[in-house]
Design a protein around this ligand. Sequence first.
Ligand SMILES: [Zn+2]
Length: 454
Amino acid sequence: MTRWLAEYAWLPDRAEPTRDVLIEATDGRLTAVTPLTGDGPPTAGVEVLDDAVRLPGLTVPGLANAHSHAFHRALRGRTHDGRGDFWSWRSLMYAIATRLDPDTYLALARAVYAEMALAGITCVGEFHYLHHGPGGTPYDDPNAMSAALVEAAAHAGIRLTLLDTAYLAGGVDGAPLTGPQRRFGDGDALRWAARVDAFGPADDHVRLGAAIHSVRAVPAEQLATVAGWADRNGLPLHVHLSEQPAENDACRAVHGCTPTRLLADHGVLGPHTTAVHATHPTAADVALLGDSRTRVCVCPTTERDLADGVGPVRRMADAGSPLSLGSDSNAVVDLFEEARALEMDERLRTRRRGHFTPVELLGAATVGGHAALGWGDAGRLAVGQRADLVTVRLDSARTAGVPPAGAFFAATAADVTSVIVDGRPVVDGGRHLTVDVPTELRDAIAAVTAKEDS
Ligand SMILES: [Zn+2]
């Protein structure tokens, strides 16, 4: 058994953190979560705490990053020297994609996932579509790129939901894949399913999920095949949705309806489905998502970076869609920033304050994300849950003097001092215990961008 003594811990159903909480775990599961002080006298003597690891600051459950494309991290800081939009950014992203193979992707993803661990992310959902070799030729192991991501997460010490993504067409009209996109394609949804069926990672830190890249990339008549595969296997299903108005326009032109309506009509929506972005839904779309309890993953730092816009997040939550958060393009890896952006973006839109409580922001960053990724046993500091503990210091230049309940409005990823995943320490004293993150990021990114910068 391992014991930790948290100076403050944010327990389920509490409006604010609790002081002096003893947390115990065996075999990676929480076995006791005990406030020691509170209103009455301490419930345990000091002598029994000698073996408890002190966690000064605020301890929260592990953060879940529900939407990532690990390789986009190589674009950070390289896309700001001109005008442009999502589509010009996408051209740069494709240039990186052409340089990756299973070895370079392992090195890059390992460093990126270790950066996530440093930020308190204990579980990531990788929306993975870079499946095949140059020109679309499968590797000898057609799941070699997936295997690289699984190994990368293991090295970084975090859990992974590999959202194997069907990417079959170059547009809503079903145009064939061209150029770099050919590496993403399996031909059709049945062949996509056959490839994923052949991939059976047995490691404890990984689970599978399915993804539909978008209505741009999976023809309407094949949507149900992907959704049915996820449903039969009881796995989460994710889909990019209405990130750009152009997607809505193209879908209306070809199918006469919004992307959300198209997904609803083909059985894609539901409580096991997560719509990523949902930045430009109609009022009817918001109702379709909410009534079906479809989850919504918002990625505010990427949406601002790509000039996507701001979605009606509060309305979607009120309509019935549970929220989660993603770092998406990894231009920023900081779930504190993503969480407070939910509130800040609503303030900018409405010119009013007070849309989300700190507990709602914490929930989106923790239990909401884990649920979206198929880990219903993570994201809360409660007995039986996975022993994921993330501690944020309250004595940095950013957080000193901040009440613990205000941490989500003040802390950054750099304030994370300790990360424990499934009971195992991964980050201590603000340092990753096994990966030299800055050095590995520098080298892995140099390997895939050398020609780009020359
Ligand atoms: Zn994405």
